[in-house]
Design a protein. Structure first.
Length: 409
């Protein structure tokens, strides 16, 4: 099977649009939380990790942006940044077939809600035909492909909070199997009142009465009581190793292994039962050329149940090695960005391998002693490693794990 290399990355989130700067902010324990502006009228003082003052024309130029809603715009910007970082000029994009695999949980939830409200309020004949195109789960993937003239495979992965990492792993599998030579893979998610209300009523957000959003989430902390929402987009340019070499591309990393699993018992509010994430991690390690993992970029967001389940999976899969493998997460600073999170985690793991610094976990002050893992707290941890593990899991049971390596890992 062919090797899969990373030749470019692009990201936009509450801490910026340049991966080295985002990573530096994480290492300095800067959080992206603040009063929301996207839906502040409905949610009042709720704090979120919002992409503030988002100006897509600064990245995409003067072309007509009306067909793209906020999710589509975030995705189009991150894809453009990834393509540019990978050296894909407009001429090269025209001459070669590039595909897209995009992960998202809700995609255009706000557009869907607005389309339905208008149709119900004023009648079906007044529903906006421009909005209609964005009322399907694959809207962002289609719009980004049209915008960037991507003629290869176009796939949407929607596996809840695991969507972004799942998209990267699936894209790597397509390339490894020889079905594609170049793919943009990652995820995108927007903040909107509709998704906020859903999470609020599900009871998974931080409880303001217990120091919630004002302080941010507390991943892996004994006092954790829910997540804080975030948004953004992140993409990696993945290429077959031979094709990248023929193009003269700069290789900044490799996808070394991937595993995915699902367990319907995971959807329940309980931490016992078979842990599908354990299997996903073991599968990722088994398909990798190396089992020497130097760090874990976890998915923990402050959920009482999911953080416990993830800690158990990491502990079971790594065994005795866990005591010398540091564990961190970015969601204590960037919030739960759903479909975008896994891709942003992967990009930050790659930045950690490059800079040899692993950022600390935001909000973690009293690690849960039951987890028995080496959490990164307080300050960045020096990292001398060639490979890292990225994990992701969703409330309904989807989970996956990815082994990412530096250019020579």
């Amino acid at each position: 099977m062919t090797g899969v290399v990373i030749t470019g990355v692009g990201a936009i989130c509450a801490l910026g649009d340049k991966p080295p700067d985002i990573h530096r902010a994480l290492c300095e324990a800067r959080a992206g939380f603040g009063a929301g502006t996207v839906f502040s009228e409905q949610a009042g003082s709720y704090r979120a990790a919002e992409v503030r003052a988002f100006a897509p024309r600064d990245y995409l130029g003067p072309r007509n942006l009306r067909p793209l809603d906020r999710t589509g715009q975030l995705a189009a910007v991150a894809a453009e940044l990834a393509l540019a970082d990978g050296g894909w000029t407009p001429g090269q994009r025209e001459g070669r077939e590039i595909g897209l695999v995009l992960g998202t949980t809700f995609c255009s939830a706000r557009t869907i809600g607005e389309f339905d409200r208008r149709a119900m309020r004023e009648g079906p004949e007044y529903a906006s035909p421009l909005d209609f195109a964005n009322t399907v789960i694959n809207a962002a993937a289609g719009q980004v492909a049209i915008w960037h003239r991507l003629r290869g495979v176009n796939s949407t992965i929607s596996t809840g909070g695991a969507s972004g990492l799942h998209a990267v792993g699936y894209a790597a599998q397509l390339i490894r199997a020889g079905r594609e030579t170049a793919l943009i893979a990652g995820g995108a998610e927007e903040l909107c009142f509709e998704s906020y209300l859903g999470f609020l009523r599900a009871g998974v957000l931080c409880d303001p009465a217990e120091g919630g959003p004002a302080e941010g989430p507390r991943p892996f902390d004994v006092r954790r009581n829910g997540c804080v929402l975030g948004e953004g987009a992140g993409f990696l340019v993945l290429e077959a190793e031979e094709a990248a070499a023929a193009r003269g591309a700069r290789v900044i990393g490799r996808i070394a292994g991937f595993g995915a699993a699902y367990d319907s018992r995971q959807a329940m509010e309980r931490a016992d039962g078979a842990n599908a994430l354990t299997y996903a991690i073991e599968r990722a390690l088994a398909t990798s050329a190396t089992t020497e993992i130097g760090a874990v970029m976890a998915s923990a967001s402050g959920s009482p149940v999911l953080d416990a389940r993830e800690a158990t999976a990491i502990r079971e899969a790594l065994g005795a090695r866990r005591r010398r493998v540091p564990v961190t997460t970015i969601k204590g600073h960037l919030g739960e960005a759903q479909g975008a999170s896994g891709a942003l985690q992967t990009i930050m793991m790659l930045a950690s391998l490059q800079s040899r610094r692993l950022p600390p976990i935001g909000g973690l002050q009293q690690p849960d002693a039951h987890f028995d893992l080496d959490f990164v707290t307080g300050a960045p941890r020096p990292l001398e490693a060639a490979c890292g593990l990225v994990t992701s899991l969703a409330r309904e049971g989807n989970c996956c794990a990815l082994v990412v390596a530096g250019p020579t890992g």
